[in-house]
Design a protein around this ligand. Structure first.
Ligand code: 0RQ
Length: 503
């Protein structure tokens, strides 16, 4: 048995994943660890999927409601969704099998802001939590549980669940101990107190999860790596978009609206955020900080180069090489990285106080600045709102970044009216595509529309967008946000009918 379980009483609870899965009943509500493919349980979910599949083969009903931090991996979402084993899923996913089951109606999906999900669990809106299933790198002699490469909602799940299952994974570095900062100051109104973070590097909690031993029903020893997908090489459009964003920040500094070392950066995962981090690496900026959701490769490079002093997040999202580097050097990185519960990494109060610079991807934006981050053609779920709303509404500068077209130019990312709204025009400050940047601060809707069309839309779609806007302005009786309701979705309808938004 692994020496990573130093607590004698808990050592007695070690069992196989199959035995642990046998404890689960139909309809169980399970809070899983895991965030952007990091720190999720790896052997229990496939064992549970096997059990569900066997039950289905006998004609029995068996689904569980699966809650996580955010997206997980094929071993969790993929396995459970693949056997039609998930009744309700929340709060964020990006697995292709899970997505398909949401879109074909097999599973319900409640898409909640990542900062708010723990709160809703605490308030009981999702019902009683039967199990928490989390990953640990070790359990101390005192029974304290050291998390791994994500914190996510682990603390609230452990607190609220009736029973706890822990995977102790010796692939994860023991030196992660000291990187986490688990805050236990949550209360429901009217007893809330300020969250005492005034700098991204502030530590306000404990380095371990408090886990009541009497609730632990199983411990599983595992050895498997996190999902750790490699990043795509940065493409030209992403370089361009990153360039516009960094020039915009430089201009803000020049005008005295930001300090020289900027403000804490929030950066999503994906090609464009990676290009932004790469741009920062090659800039002359230093003493940068980050207050974000995930630490990806580019952030590790910035720490290595001495450009980022401290980065606060809730999880890693690293490529295999960088995950290896993290495992080898966690004792160094824990001086520069803090992993917090997602209720804190994404907390509106802290984001607003620190003046975070938000930059998030989008599916589409409309000519007035409303943004759709989640639904393709209004109905098909992509991933979920994730932390984009937490950051966008509360950031010092809220930018949306996206290529101006998708699917080889058949879809325009700038449309007359978004087919689903995640972020309203009131929240969107800046839109950037490879075509250019629209700074919307201080502008009314009629001042925004020509700017978004001219600066951000792809040339193939500009004339059609202008034509729509000009006729809306002329024919719509009310001039605040002119629309022609019978053709506001003509772009989308055309795509559904012909396979392209182009006329
Ligand atoms: O599809 O994968 O089939 O090729 O969407 O698009 O351009 O690669 O961009 O990976 O950044 O994803 C909004 C989904 C963008 C993401 C979204 C298709 C496109 C491609 C991916 P393929 P790109 P990204 C903090 C914040 C919500 C969560 C969030 C997201 C795929 O950014 O999930 O922001 N955001 N969290 O072809 C049809 C359109 C499309 C479209 C793109 N208009 N119509 N398909 N696609 N635009 C995150 C963290 O900090 C972790």
């Amino acid at each position: 048995m692994s020496d990573r379980i130093a607590n004698e009483a808990l050592r007695q609870k070690v069992m196989s994943a199959d035995d642990a899965a046998s404890l689960i009943h139909d309809g169980a509500q399970i809070g899983f660890g895991g965030f952007t493919g990091s720190g999720y349980p790896k052997e229990f979910p496939p064992a549970l999927a096997k059990r569900i599949k066997a039950a289905h083969e006998k004609g029995e009903h068996f689904t569980v409601n699966a809650f996580t931090g955010a997206s997980t991996a094929p071993e969790l979402d993929g396995e459970l969704a693949g056997v039609d084993g998930i009744g309700l899923r929340s709060p964020y996913q990006s697995d292709p099998v899970m997505r398909a089951k949401i879109n074909d109606g097999t599973s319900y999906y409640a898409d909640i802001h990542l900062s708010q999900f723990g709160m809703q669990i605490r308030q009981g809106f999702f019902g009683n939590l039967d199990f928490a299933v989390i990953e640990a790198t070790k359990i101390t002699a005192d029974g304290n549980v050291i998390p791994t490469s994500s914190v996510g909602n682990n603390a609230v799940y452990v607190e609220k669940a009736d029973k706890i299952i822990i995977e102790v994974n010796d692939w994860q570095s023991e030196d992660l101990e000291g990187m986490h900062d688990i805050y236990y100051g949550f209360a429901l109104p009217p007893n809330r107190v300020p969250i005492p973070i005034t700098h991204p590097g502030d530590r306000i909690g404990e380095t371990y999860l408090r886990v009541p031993q009497n609730k632990v029903v199983a411990i599983i020893e595992t050895h498997d790596p996190d999902r750790n997908s490699p990043f795509k090489p940065i493409d030209e459009d992403s370089h361009k978009i990153a360039g516009y964003l960094l020039d915009f920040y430089a201009n803000e500094v020049e005008h005295g609206r930001m300090p020289k070392n900027l403000l804490p950066l929030q950066s999503g995962v994906g090609n464009i955020p990676n290009a932004v981090l790469d741009g920062l690496l090659h800039s002359d900026l230093d003493h940068l900080t980050s207050y974000t959701e995930v630490i990806q490769d580019g952030m590790v490079d910035l720490i290595d180069a001495g450009k980022v002093d401290v980065a606060s997040a809730t999880a890693f999202s690293l490529s295999p090489d960088y995950a290896h580097k993290m495992n080898e050097n966690a004792a160094f990185y824990r001086n520069h990285i803090i992993l917090r519960p997602q209720e804190i990494s994404n907390h509106p109060e802290v984001i607003r106080r620190l003046g975070v610079l938000g930059a998030n991807g989008m599916i589409e934006a409309d000519i007035y600045g409303n943004v759709n981050s989640t639904h393709v053609m209004g109905s098909r779920m992509m991933n979920g709102v994730g932390g984009s709303g937490d950051f966008t509404r509360n950031a010092f500068i809220s930018a949306f970044v996206s290529p101006s077209t998708a699917k080889g130019g058949k879809i325009s990312a700038i449309v007359p009216m978004v087919s689903h709204v995640d972020h309203t025009e009131h929240d969107t400050m800046v839109i950037i595509t490879e075509q250019g940047i629209a700074d919307l601060r201080g502008l009314a809707p009629r001042q925004r529309a020509p700017k978004i069309i001219d600066n951000c839309a792809h040339p193939d779609y500009r004339a059609a967008l202008h034509d729509y806007y000009d006729r809306a302005l002329r024919d719509c009786k009310f001039k605040q946000t002119p629309h022609l309701l019978d053709e506001a979705y003509a772009f989308h309808r055309r795509f559904l009918e012909t396979g392209t938004m182009q006329a």
